[in-house]
Design a protein around this ligand. Structure first.
Ligand SMILES: Nc1ncnc2c1ncn2[C@@H]1O[C@H](COP(=O)(O)OP(=O)(O)OP(=O)(O)O)[C@@H](O)[C@H]1O
Ligand SMILES: Nc1ncnc2c1ncn2[C@@H]1O[C@H](COP(=O)(O)OP(=O)(O)OP(=O)(O)O)[C@@H](O)[C@H]1O
Ligand SMILES: [Mg+2]
Ligand SMILES: [Mg+2]
Lengths: 257, 257
C-alpha cells in the first residue's frame, strides 16, 4: 500500500482535481484506491457527489481519534475507489490538534487500523492549501508527496517553501518520506508565462517533474458540478486523457522502484 | 479609515491579485492606502517587488505583538500606497496565537497604533486561503469583507461557509462587520459554467455582487513576475481597466453610505 499526499500550500493549483481524477484513473486499471479528504472545504467529497448529510463520520473524527478509519470509509460510484469524506468541522481541527499528544502522528496512527482485507494499493490524501497541522499529519503519514503546480508566477514562488517543509518533515518525523513528483496543471501552451514557468521547473527539478502535463480544459471544471470525476463525465476530453496518462506514468515509476 | 478584509477560504480565487490591483487603483485616485499581507506565502509583498531580505519586520511581528505596526510599514512604487509585508514565519502564527490572551483581537489592537499622521483612507488585508486564526483576526479588525469569487463550481460551494463565518465573527467579536461585496474574478464569458455560476451568485446575493466583473486576462498573471501591479505593468489591458472600474464602484458605494 502506497500512501501519497497531494499537497501544495498555494491555493487553487489543482490538488483536489488531481486527487479525484488520478485516483479514478488508477482504480480503472484494477487497483484499489482510498481517498482521504483532508480539506475542510470537502471538495473531493463533493466531486464524487457525496451529500453533506451522508458524511456522518468524517476525516475530522478519524484525525481526532473519535472513530476508527474503517467506520468513515464510504464507497464511490467508481468500482474499487473508496473515500473518507470531510466536513466543515475539520476547519477547527488545527486548534484542537495543537494540544493533543503526538499531534503530528494522529493520521499515521489511524492508518495502522485500515483493515488488511480492504486491500488498498494506493491511498491519496487531498490536502488543504496551507502548511498547517492537517498537512503535516498527511506528510507524516505518507510514503511520498505529489505536488500539483499551476504554471503561474505565484505558484512557482511557493514551491521552494514546500520542498523545504517536506525536508523538515522527513528529518523530524518521517525519514522515509519521498518526493513523488511535480505535475504541471491547467497548462495552456499559448501562454508564454506558462511555457516559461514549465521550463524553469524542469530545469530546477529534472525527472521529478512528470512528463504528463494536465491541460486547462473546461470539461474538467464542469465535472464536479455533476458529482463525477472528469474521467466518468467525459473520458474523451483532453483533461481526462491526461489524467489517464498520468496514472500510467505513476504506476510505471512505481514498478521501476 | 475603512478597513477591508479580502477573504475567501477557497484557494486561488484572486484574493492577492484583487488586493494588489484594487489598492493600486484606489491610490491612483489620490487616496492613501495600506495593504496588510496576512498570507504566509507573501504573494502580495512579492507582487510589489519587495525582496524577502527587505521584510525585516513583518505582519508576523505585528500580530504577535513583537513590533508596532508603524515599524513594519514599507512604501511601494505606487505613490500613496504602503504595505506591511509578510514572511514565511507567519505560517507558524496560528499555533502561536492559539495560546495567547485576546488571540482574536491581536490585529485589531495593532491597528489602534497606526499613527494618525499616516492618514490612510483604506486598509486592505490580503487573507490566506483558510478560516484560521489569521483570517479571524482580519475579520475582527475589519469594517467590511470583500470576497473575490472565481466562477467555478468548487468556489461557489465554499461561499455559504464563508458567509456563515462572517456572521459568526459579527455576533461574537465584531458587531459592526459588514459584507462589502462579492467580486467575480477570472471571468470568461465563453464558458457556460462561468456564466451559470455568475447568474446563480447574483440571484443569491443581489446588489452585494459588484457590477464590475474581472475578466481572465494573461497580462494580470504576468505582472507579479515583474514586481508590478497589473495597472502599472499594462494599464490598458482588460484586467487593469476592470480593477480601475472596481475601485470607482467601491468608492461610489462608500460615498452613498
Ligand atoms: N485542468 C483543468 N482545467 C480546467 N479547470 C481546472 C483544471 N484543474 C482544476 N480546474 C479548476 O480550477 C479550480 C481549482 O482547482 P482545485 O479546486 O482542484 O484546486 P485546489 O488546489 O484543490 O484548490 P484549494 O487550494 O482551494 O484546495 C477548480 O474550480 C477546478 O475545477
Ligand atoms: N483576472 C485574472 N486573469 C488571469 N489570471 C489571474 C487573474 N487573477 C488572478 N490570476 C492568477 O490566478 C492565480 C491565482 O490568483 P491569486 O494568487 O491572486 O489568488 P489567491 O486567492 O490570492 O490565491 P491563494 O488562495 O493561494 O492566496 C495567480 O497565479 C494569478 O496571477
Ligand atoms: Mg482542494
Ligand atoms: Mg493569495
Amino acid at each position: 500500500m502506497q500512501i501519497i499526499s497531494v499537497a501544495n500550500q498555494k491555493g487553487g493549483v489543482g490538488k483536489t482535481t488531481t486527487t479525484i481524477n488520478l485516483a479514478t484513473a488508477i482504480a480503472a486499471i484494477r487497483k484499489r484506491v482510498l481517498i482521504i479528504d483532508l480539506d475542510p472545504q470537502g471538495n473531493a467529497s463533493t466531486g464524487f457527489g457525496i451529500e453533506r448529510t451522508d458524511r456522518e463520520i468524517s476525516s475530522y473524527d478519524v484525525v481526532l481519534g473519535a472513530a476508527p478509519i474503517d467506520a468513515a470509509i464510504l464507497p464511490t460510484e467508481v468500482p474499487g475507489l473508496d473515500i473518507v469524506p470531510s466536513t466543515v468541522d475539520l476547519s477547527g481541527a488545527d486548534l484542537e490538534l495543537a494540544d493533543l499528544p503526538e499531534r503530528n502522528y494522529r493520521l499515521k496512527k489511524a492508518f495502522e487500523k485500515i483493515p488488511a482485507a480492504k486491500n488498498y494499493d494506493y491511498v491519496l490524501i487531498d490536502c488543504p492549501p496551507s502548511l498547517s497541522l492537517l498537512t503535516i499529519n498527511a506528510l507524516v503519514a505518507s510514503d511520498s508527496v505529489l505536488v500539483p503546480l499551476q504554471c503561474e508566477f505565484f505558484a512557482l514562488e511557493g514551491l521552494s517553501l514546500l520542498l523545504k517543509t517536506i525536508e523538515r518533515v522527513r528529518d523530524a518525523f518521517n525519514p522515509t518520506l519521498e518526493m513523488n513528483g511535480v505535475v504541471l496543471t491547467m497548462f495552456d501552451g499559448r501562454n508564454n508565462l506558462a511555457v516559461q514557468v514549465a521550463a524553469d521547473v524542469r530545469d530546477y527539478l529534472g525527472d521529478k517533474v512528470y512528463k504528463t502535463v494536465i491541460p486547462r480544459n473546461v470539461r474538467v471544471s464542469e465535472a464536479p458540478s455533476h458529482g463525477l470525476p472528469a474521467i466518468l463525465y467525459d473520458h474523451r476530453c483532453s483533461g481526462s486523457r491526461a489524467y489517464i496518462n498520468l496514472a500510467g506514468e505513476l504506476l510505471r515509476r512505481d514498478r521501476r522502484k
